[in-house]
Unconditional design. Sequence first.
Length: 358
Amino acid sequence: MKTSIRERLQRQYERHEEIGRQLADPALDGGSNQFRELSMEFAKLDPLAASYRAYLQTEHEQTAAAELSRDQDPEMRALGEEEQQRLSALLEQQELELRRLLIPADPRDNLNVYLEIRAGTGGDEAAIFAGDLLRMYARYAERRGWAIETLNENPGEHGGFREVICKVSGAQVFAQLKFESGTHRVQRVPATEAQGRIHTSAVTVAILPELGEMEAVELNPADLRIDTFRASGAGGQHVNKTDSAVRITHIPTGVVVECQDERSQHKNRSRAMSLLKAKLQAAEQEKRASEQARSRKLQVGSGDRSERIRTYNFPQGRVTDHRINLTLYQLDALMNGELDPLIGPLSQEYQSELLAEL
């Protein structure tokens, strides 16, 4: 284990021990803010302290096995060598777990997200594939017990969407979806193609974490242009006869958001404002992440929407994630919302990058 890693572990282990002594002090008021804060910090450090304690015990056992491997008795020597091999493998596993525990948790992981899907190059076929991606994410959300609601949509002429924005709510939503931002490329024969030629189209996906009240972006009202208009719909008894839809333009950046799902102008305005703040915050974080990612080889999780992250090849039934060179011949299952075989390796690769930076 690197000296720098061991020193970090030792500091956190000693802090855990120190907090334990403070919490055991009868003079500490059990109902005080200090007690609550110390208890939370103790609980946060507890898994790392327990793992580090187990690692130190394994090191002690390995030292004993090394001494045994130098014994005069051949049988004892063989036993010591065998034990050394077992403990060396165990130490490697324990060190990897300790390094994982040192990775700071992403405070955004448990946030709800705005899922934004836009058709890019490819005309009608891109819009149709945008609809396919929305179904894929909706089915994945259903599998995980998340709620998904449409905030704004712009349907394509022959199906799908030119643009659709949804809110996805539930446990660990951002943690699971944060690697989906980027350009998704599709290769297939469109239904409108008479000669059976394969077309290539592209759709961009953005995952924007919904900000909590404490981190919400402050907006100057003078920087906003707010327009209301009549929401589009299928007509009939639910046709909107009032200007309840809301469009907000952030003048300094040119970012525009719309919301027309609710029949209440007040609700649409509130949702549009929340979405605007999420977009502005995501743009700033994307800029910082891109700067940090320049030194990285894989740039997993950079969130850059211009980056081509994945190709869906329908004739061959395969999906390739270009960031980690992962190819799966499970296209039908993936499009049906079984995304864990893709999301799992991406999360592992991202953790590996963070471990390397330690």
